[in-house]
Design a protein around this ligand. Sequence first.
Ligand code: SF4
Ligand code: SF4
Length: 522
Amino acid sequence: MAEKAACTTSNPLAQKLKLRLDEDQLTNCMRCGFCLPACPTFRETGIEAESPRGRIALMKAVADGIMAPDAAFEEQMNHCLGCRACEPACPADVKYGQLIEQARDAIEDHTDSHRGWVKLARRTAFKAVFPKQNRMKLLGGALGFYQRSGLQKITRGSGIMKLFPDHMREMEQILPESSSRGVIERIGSRHPAVGAKVATVGLFRGCLMDVMFTETNVHTVELLTQAGFEVVIPDTQNCCGALHAHSGEADGARSLARGNIRAFREAGVDYIVSNAGGCGAILTEYDHLLHEDAQWKDDAAWFAARVKDVSDLLVNFGRVPKFAERGRALTAGGPVAAGASAPQAADPAAQAEASAAVAGTPATAAAAGSTAAAPADIGAELAAIEDASVQPSAASAAAASAPASSVRITYQDSCHLRNVMRSSDAPRKLMRQVAGVEYVEMFEADRCCGSAGIYNLTQPEMANQILDHKMVHANATEARYLLTSNPGCLLQMKLGNERHGDGSMKVMHVVDFLHERLLGDR
Ligand code: SF4
Ligand code: SF4
């Protein structure tokens, strides 16, 4: 690593940035601009400072003492989604994700002393709620009570929700049914492999994932056991620390990392499996997070090397289960795993699927882009790309070659799964293996949907702009199901579907979609 020159500025934030930012990474950037077309904030604004190259130049200018870090500097750092799409595009292998986390860590340290309610809210969330799974369960239980007791209806009817900003009001409407009973309470913590055992995997259950998407965790266990894995779920694991790391709370992230490493080390697993791209990515980076911790760095490397996404594990390490058409799968198996849910009777996508199968033709989805917002005018090049996306070429070509009764599905990549864990083929391979499915690739499926952890709450304007454009592409696929591999993306796409869809498309986690169609010894 290059030796840091003494900092000559008296600006305290500049001093912190100088200390934290990795000079090697800053100098590795050769200003080529290859990353610009991959960056969603640059594409939305066309402004250099909103690009990876621009942000790195700002960081370097501050670190070199050429520029003082003012409010505009902080704003540019906060506008970054942290989607890491710039990293695979970079020929110099600049670790942009590390730089932005270092910058935010310094900014957060600096501003922490003069914030009021923001400081309190952050401290509560990052120190008192996310790290304590029993408190997450209490939160899940309270939310579940609110949803099921009738309070939610009363609240909505009373108009109180109008006091909240639009994006929070909309988010409240799409929150999944929550519960205080996580995956262990539902099905236990040890599950034998079906047939010959391939390996033992430890399920990373997630903190929010386990109270809001418990079914997905249950379904993940069942897919894995069917693929030949013994699954253990260590109860002492905690939050992954992704939100902490991305929000400048590096110490909190490190503390959570140590807890998880200890839990999975003691469980004696061969792999650690995640079903949430956002969590999985930070788990694979525990080695970097703890590289300066002499006591933990070896264990962190052991842990990071074993982390896999569920799709990757199924496709590349297990015996891929057989997936049938939905109706067949539901009648072919025995009893489903404890806690697994029956299909929802009011599922509009399933109803449309059933009608289409009877009629022998796919149900008609919304005309491409007819209900979606028009793309913003951010230059001729981008407009041309947007225009290309709403041409029904992909959907038409797929329709011409697909069996008449097949169900059309599409996929939105999780940025962290794709750009950090570098896994984009495995979920697609699994989806294509399902009988009766016609997979259509969505234009720019690899581009961020605007969710990005809590970005859609902290930067709603940019998040909404990105989502509006994403939904143009989603609707152009005319898919019945839009699948994702991350709960944050799932909620964001649900939000987009509520705003711009016509009710014919259902947004689901890949795992839940596969589980509905699993043929096996259930
Ligand atoms: S992480 Fe995403 S939003 Fe941030 S600079 Fe890179 S590509 Fe742009
Ligand atoms: S692609 Fe890499 S080297 Fe080129 S400008 Fe972007 S970050 Fe710098």
